[in-house]
Design a binder for this molecule. Structure first.
Ligand SMILES: N[C@@H](CCC(=O)N[C@@H](CS)C(=O)NCC(=O)O)C(=O)O
Length: 210
């Protein structure tokens, strides 16, 4: 089994982290010929990364890959069994995908345009406040007392808060969200978090060189 894509992408990293939280280190590689090659589009007609390849089965979309890996790989379950806890983990992951990731992408693209930066930061601050309100108060991990698919979704997105901090003061947006702030300090200090940060930093350096 392998993941096609590059680890700077929070969507690719989500799939890798799910496997790692379950005790597996799946190979991650860019598809030969790139995302728009005929061969890659035959595997993943969406032409985006990641795509999981499991034998002759190819699966795009990181949230779907995450649930598949949780089902097929041995190890701790990252979606809780209890229906309400399970729904909450899915909700937190969806909130990150729908509300937190887009303003970070906008910030990435804003360059030196002060209006675009201000707009993206304002939307990001509001989204972080909503995520704080959605998560169980006092939980160690994002959605409870053990790592879940919500953590694997959010951690590689929060990497960009650190990355944009020197230029845009993005970590300060966590000040009104003490629970999230505590969670992020804990999560990025774990072995998985440290490895993830180093890999995304290396990916960003390569992206900037290119
Ligand atoms: N909803 C998709 C998003 C994937 C996505 O947007 N990947 C970006 C990299 S972060 C990509 O492949 N961009 C290249 C392109 O769209 O051509 C998922 O969760 O897998």
């Amino acid at each position: 089994m392998k993941i096609l894509g590059g680890l700077l992408s929070p969507f690719v990293m989500r799939a890798a982290l799910v496997a790692r939280f379950k005790g597996h280190d799946l190979p991650v590689e860019m598809p030969e010929g790139g995302l728009k090659s005929e061969a890659y589009l035959a595997l993943n007609p969406l032409g985006k990364m990641p795509c999981l390849v499991d034998g002759d089965f190819a699966l795009p979309e990181s949230a779907v890959i995450a649930e598949y890996l949780d089902e097929v790989l041995p190890g701790p379950k990252l979606l809780p069994e209890e229906p309400k806890a399970r729904a909450r983990v899915r909700l937190l992951a969806r909130a990150v995908d729908l509300y937190v990731a887009p303003p970070l992408t906008a910030l990435f693209r804003a360059g030196d345009d002060p209006d675009a930066v201000a707009q993206a930061k304002s939307e990001l601050g509001a989204a972080l406040g909503k995520l704080e309100a959605l998560r169980p108060a006092g939980a160690t991990w994002l959605g409870g007392e053990a790592p879940s698919l919500a953590d694997a979704t959010a951690m590689p997105v929060f990497f960009f808060l650190d990355t944009f901090e020197p230029r845009h003061g993005t970590l300060q947006l966590l000040d009104p969200c003490p629970g999230l702030k505590r969670w992020w300090a804990m999560a990025r200090a774990t072995a998985e978090g440290q490895r993830m940060m180093a890999e995304q930093q290396a990916g960003l350096a390569a992206f900037r060189r290119a």
